[in-house]
Design a protein around this ligand. Structure first.
Ligand code: SF4
Ligand code: SF4
Length: 109
């Protein structure tokens, strides 16, 4: 059951980072169909690209923050549990950023 306090579709805080190497692919991701254009390699490691402070696959607008590759999202994203310590930490750190960009389509201020 999803806790309404942790509605991922209206949050997306864990998909934000200024660290370009925030999301590394793991061995389990080898069989996942992630677009090549959204990946890069460094030091023999593959990463998902982050641009403008968030994952390139995060689709923002209309008050929502939706993963554009949800069915094939990397293992690290699957392991990130709503309501966990890491989730609460991400919401504290990035929630305000999420609010600003998520709502930009309809937000006058
Ligand atoms: S920070 Fe938590 S509630 Fe927000 S999208 Fe990530 S897992 Fe979901
Ligand atoms: S792949 Fe999806 S769930 Fe993972 S960081 Fe990017 S937008 Fe978020």
């Amino acid at each position: 059951m999803t806790d309404p306090l942790f509605d991922c579709v209206s949050c997306g805080a864990c998909c934000f980072s200024r660290n370009p190497r925030y999301l590394a692919l793991l061995p389990w991701d080898a069989s996942r169909d992630l677009p090549e254009a959204g990946l890069f390699s460094e030091g023999g490691q593959r990463f998902v690209k982050f641009e403008c402070g968030h994952c390139v696959h995060l689709q923002l607008g209309d008050g929502k923050a939706v993963c554009g590759v949800y069915e094939d999202r990397p293992e690290a994203c699957r392991a990130f549990r709503a309501g966990s310590f890491e989730c609460i930490k991400a919401r504290r750190a990035n929630g305000i950023m999420g609010e600003r960009v998520r709502d930009r389509d309809g937000e006058p201020a």
